[in-house]
Design a protein around this ligand. Structure first.
Ligand code: ZN
Ligand code: ZN
Length: 79
């Protein structure tokens, strides 16, 4: 009867509805992710995540990128 598959988020265990069934195609959670974000998420989880986890992962990735940049800048500056 259900149109869409019910999935359990592998990160926070919440039940959510998934339309695409693939993290690489997942647009079903209205979270905008760049290909870099999708790669980062798909390296860690093979299945779709819920919207709040996608946002959390996106933030995690952005922070990791910034940290790398800051470390690279600091490294160059003080070398
Ligand atoms: Zn989740
Ligand atoms: Zn999905």
């Amino acid at each position: 009867m259900h149109k869409h598959e019910q999935k359990r988020c592998p990160r926070c265990q919440v039940l959510f509805e998934c339309k695409s069934g693939s993290i690489l195609l997942c647009q079903c959670q209205t979270v905008y992710l760049t290909p870099e974000h999708l790669e980062y998420v798909s390296e860690r989880y093979t299945d779709c995540l819920c919207a709040s986890c996608l946002k959390a992962m996106r933030m995690e990735y952005d922070i990791a990128q910034l940290t790398d940049q800051i470390e690279a800048l600091a490294g160059n500056k003080w070398r």
